[in-house]
Design a binder for this molecule. Structure first.
Ligand code: ATP
Ligand code: PRP
Length: 225
């Protein structure tokens, strides 16, 4: 990259934890190393081994917002987060690559012993707690099940245990969290993985800088472009 032409480094938005951890090998495949760990550093802007790229560390649910408004040129976000974001903020984001990382599934789960099928058959109005209200509304709407949705921001598994909800819509990977809380999955809604998202204006104006990284990510994740 010719720094005299565009001195501002590209900005990649990541969240701490699994998205950061699982994006590191993709960055390495693009020849980029990150020396600071956001778990131990309090810095929110992290340099990389390339002066042409810096990282910003934001909440997982905020990644699409930073990219859509152009505060980051590109970012990595779960399909769960992206689908919720797109309902309220359509447009402005290009999603070129399924990165094949952070795999899990979105499920409906209930307390062991709760007869979900019978409750649905009887047409009972179900109380459902979730962070994913749009996905849940669409899922139950498609099934014709009446639900009262309760928005939560985490620890959804607690809701059926303390009488806040009959069911939850949450992400499941190993199933350990459900089992530890005596919950069982009763319906799969969708498979989830993390996607690369790119600001549409950046895609046009900074294509030559973005392209090598996007290509390396696509190759490393096995995505077909
Ligand atoms: P926020 O901080 O904004 O509330 P979060 O705590 O859900 O977000 P993470 O737990 O790091 O953030 O999850 C980031 C993404 O990783 C999710 O959006 C989802 O796509 C994926 N994910 C979540 N849970 C799992 C899991 N158990 N296994 C694999 N991937 C997961
Ligand atoms: C996610 C999700 C479940 C858990 C499922 O939580 O919300 O609670 O993972 O994974 P498992 O099936 O492998 O147990 P996370 O670990 O991200 O915690 P948080 O949402 O509270 O940050």
């Amino acid at each position: 990259m010719n720094l005299t032409e565009n001195p501002k480094p590209l900005t990649l938005a990541l969240s701490k934890g699994r998205i950061f951890d699982e994006t590191l090998p993709l960055l390495e495949a693009a020849g980029i190393q990150v020396t600071e760990n956001p778990e131990s550093s309090r810095k929110l802007i992290l340099p990389t081994s390339s002066p042409a790229l810096r990282l910003i560390i934001v909440r997982a649910t905020d990644v699409p917002t930073y990219v859509q408004y152009g505060a980051a040129d590109f970012g990595v976000a779960g399909k769960d987060v992206l689908d919720e974001h797109t309902v309220t903020h359509p447009g402005g984001l290009y999603q070129p690559i399924d990165l094949n990382i952070a795999h899990c599934r979105m499920c409906v789960a209930v307390r062991e012993g709760f007869d979900y099928d019978e409750a649905v058959r009887q047409g009972s109005r179900l109380r459902v707690a979730t962070k994913y209200v749009h996905a849940a509304r669409e899922h139950f709407g498609r099934k014709g099940v009446h639900v009262d949705l309760i928005k939560l921001y985490g620890s959804m598994e607690l809701a059926p245990l303390v009488g806040l909800a009959d069911a939850i819509v949450d992400l499941v990977s190993t199933g350990n969290t459900l089992r530890a809380n005596h919950l069982v999955p009763v319906e799969d809604i969708t498979n989830i993985s993390a996607r690369l998202i790119v600001n549409q204006a950046a895609l046009k104006t900074r294509d030559s800088e973005l392209r090598p990284i996007l290509d390396a990510f696509a190759r490393a994740s096995g995505a077909v472009q």
